[in-house]
Design a protein around this ligand. Structure first.
Ligand code: ZN
Ligand code: ZN
Ligand code: ZN
Length: 297
């Protein structure tokens, strides 16, 4: 069966050479499975996802014999891998449905992202934001205008973490004061709106602690984290790869690693550099090795 398909592909290549829409586009062929156009030297069909490189490992492109159980280069089953979550066979390092890592390469790439300085920094910011949200006394509906943010019985158990946070808060306030004049503004559509109102300290309160504008701190933290995340995504666009699968793994790992920091955004797809097409993901692109970028709104 495999050789028949191979024959078809060869015949296809010789006889059905068709020009694509634009003169700049490479010559296209037909997919042996669905009959759709496929780009020359493409590893997959963009229409149906069929693997087109007969005799090549689906994960590392090494030459493999028919029926070979494990690739001598990468150790994977050259035919594909079964996703333990959705039970579907796939020939990508990440499951196309579940987006979970399926191969060693995918796991290593994910680990490298998780351990990177950038992701660590974003994780710290998220933890700080969570602590701020948790400590924010104005979150409590019962608190009225006479409530000060002085540590009381209810919050005393949080005192230690509050103290730890205090230096951070001060740093942030100082930074914020200087940023108001110097920093360029994030585009309006990307700004995280803040619903919190600033509560003035009650003059009759015994509190000696300076009031902290939690709402502003949380909003600023979130805005900075979002801006850093979007910059990382933007930066990924110029990266090119040694092969298509390398690129697909990288962009899946990137998206998966950044997901916790852009929860409020919707992914529109993956824009490829090669054809300027928006695909659902790089697994649907026939030439992701030229790079591309995830799009969000
Ligand atoms: Zn096809
Ligand atoms: Zn291989
Ligand atoms: Zn799956």
């Amino acid at each position: 069966m495999a050789s028949a398909e191979g024959e078809f592909l060869k015949k296809d290549k010789e006889n059905i050479k068709l020009k694509a829409k634009s003169a700049d586009d490479p010559v296209t062929l037909h997919c042996p499975k669905c009959g759709g156009f496929v780009f020359e030297n493409a590893d997959i069909c963009e229409s149906c996802g069929e693997w087109l490189l007969e005799g090549k490992c689906k994960f590392c492109y090494a030459d493999v014999e028919e029926g070979q159980k494990f690739c001598s280069e990468c150790g994977n089953n050259p035919e594909g891998v079964l996703c333990p979550s959705c039970n579907e066979w796939g020939h990508f390092d990440f499951c196309k449905n579940c987006k979970i890592p399926l191969t060693e390469k995918a796991k290593e790439m994910l680990d490298a992202f998780q351990n990177s300085v950038e992701i660590q920094e974003l994780s710290t910011m998220t933890q700080e934001e969570e602590s701020l949200t948790e400590l924010n006394p104005y979150e409590n509906e019962d608190i009225d205008e006479n409530t000060s943010i002085e540590i009381n019985e209810e919050t005393s158990e949080k005192k230690e973490s509050f103290d730890n946070l205090k230096s951070y808060l001060e740093k942030f306030e100082a930074q914020n004061a200087s940023e108001n004049t110097s920093k360029p503004q994030t585009p309006a559509s990307l700004e995280t709106p803040t619903k919190k109102t600033v509560l003035e300290p009650n003059p009759s309160s015994q509190s000696k602690r300076e009031p902290v504008d939690f709402g502003k701190l949380i909003a600023n933290n979130r805005k900075e984290s979002l801006s850093k995340t979007l910059k990382l995504i933007e930066k990924s666009k110029i990266k090119v790869f040694s092969n298509n699968q390398e690129s697909r793994s990288f962009h899946e790992a990137l998206q998966s690693s950044l997901a916790p920091f852009i929860k409020n955004l919707t992914c529109l797809g993956w824009l490829c550099n090669a054809y300027d097409n928006i695909h659902c993901d790089p697994e649907e692109c026939a030439k992701p090795e030229d790079g591309g970028v995830w799009l969000y709104e």
